[in-house]
Structures are given as C-alpha cells and as structure tokens.
Design a protein around this ligand. Sequence first.
Ligand SMILES: [Zn+2]
Length: 340
Amino acid sequence: MTQRPLAGFVIMAGCLLLLACGHSAQRAATPPPIIDMHFHAMGAGDQGPPPLAMCVSGEALPVWDQRRPWPEQFIGWLTSPECSDPVWSPKTDDELMQRNLDVLRRHNITALTSGGRSEMLERWQAAEPTRVIPTLHFSLVEQPPSVETLRQWFKEGRYKALAEVTNQYGGIDPNDPAFEPYLALAEELDIPVGIHIGTGPPGAPYLGFDKYRARMHSPLALEEVLVKHPKLRVYVMHAGWPMLDDMLAVMWAHPQVYVDTGVIIYALPKAEFYRYLQRMVDAGFGRRVMFGSDQMIWPEVIPRAIQLIEEAPFLTAVQKRDILYNNAARFLRMDGAASK
Ligand SMILES: [Zn+2]
C-alpha cells in the first residue's frame, strides 16, 4: 500500500527534478540576449605580434621612461602583464575568429562588428550570420570610400551602421567639413553612427598617431554636428572618458545621444569605470548607456566585461538589462523594442 504512492511521488519528484534540470539546462544554453555595440573583427597581429596580454580592470597604467621608445615600453606592458589572471590573445586569425564566435554563442550576443579589413569581416559574418552584424569602419585618413559608394553599400544592406569612426586618431573633429557629407548621408538613410570619442591606447601620439590629442576626448566636439543633423542617430564610443562633465552636458542638451562603454569597461581600474558609469546612471541617463566590449584581439575580455555590469553594486536588475540589451535594441530600433 505504501509502495505505490511512494513510487508515484518518486516519479513525480523525478519529473520535477527533470523539469528543473530542463529549465536550468535551457537557461545555461540560452542566457538572456546581449547586444555588443562595439565588437571588432581583427587579425591576430593587428595590435602587435601575438600573443599579447590584457589585464582586465588592471590597477596600474604604464609609466613612460623616456630613455626607451614608448612603443617598445607599451608592447612590454602587453607582453609582461602585472596581473595574475591576464587574458591572452590568440596567435592566429582563425583562432581569434573562432574564440570570438564561441563567446558570442555562449553568451547569446549579437554584435555590431566593425572590420578594418572588409574580407575579414565577411568571413566572420559568413561563419555566424545572425550574430555578426556588419558595420563600416571609417577613417578619413585611410582613403575612405566616396559618399556615393557608401550610399550604395548602405542601400544594399551591406553595412548596418557607420562605426567605428576613428577620425579622432588623425586629429579630425566630428564637425570637419570633409566628414560632413558622410554625416548628411547617414542622417538621410537613417544609419546609426558610432564615433570614437575618448580613449585610444595610452600614449597614442607616440605610437604613430601623431595628431591624436587628449582634448579630443571631449564629446562637446559633437555639438555642432548634432544640431545640424537632428535626426542623426549617434553613439559616443567609450562614453567620452574621462570627460564626464562634458559627456553629461551633451546627454542633457542632446537627448538623442547614446554612449557605449567600449574599452573603458575592461582597460580601466574597476573603481574608475564604476565611478564613471555610476555618475551617468545617477544623473538619469541609464537608458542611454549601451554595452560595448571593444574586445579587439582579446575575446575572453567579453565575459569579464559582462560580469562587471552584472556585479555592479549600484545598478538595479532593470538597469543591468537596459545596459546589456534594452537600450541598444531601442537605439537600433529592433523589432518590438519599446521607445521610452
Ligand atoms: Zn573600438
């Protein structure tokens, strides 16, 4: 008599257990979606001879002893990491692509992917067409395509955004007359534009970018462009770090401007990234901050960057999801994304 109910209970418990297992397995297989607004399809050697190391949230940035060239010291900083758990870059292009795509799949990420070399971007896109969203890397100092060529590419849907715009490395401001026709085109075709404003590598003017200037970290450089093109959808890459007050002023005066976290999420000491992010959120702009990994040659910084958002003690669960997904979905006008 007692056997049957017991057996029934066991079966039921087994079902419950299975259901629970099924759920957690499903959760593990498909975590909540994430949009990475700042993802790069690069070659393994594009930042210097691989492998190179990155200390996530490293505590100390390098100091230049001018008796030795800065490039040599900078590479030394990337080959002799001072942290106990550096992320090492893959040694080949193929491995770099595979490890990046693995991260996208594992963490359910859709990535706006900027490729300095179009053939590389095409290869990554062919390998993972639903997750790799192609965007056009653009620099006025690297013989850019004509406005008419761009018009054709955007109309064909070859690129979904104009990003990353790296004119800052050439000392060219967003309101430079040579950039104006490209911005007019982006506004006309409703193409999002991601502009590098803020951090290049430490010591950029001594790494070959002789026109790079610290003052160009200020998002105030965007103002005339924003007023001239009120329908332009712009996001400030790296959130204009460290020009926090300028960034807040721009977000206040121009409510259409979004930012991405970019490289500051992992390359800065954690306290500084958190302080910067918290100020933007505390100021009321939490619905315009988007996750962007700027992973370059280090795919495994992406999960650690996500973790930094997920563990931020000053963010609510809703704010975390906004940063990791909702804000970008709204900015990109993805189907079903509510406008708030
Ligand atoms: Zn970037």
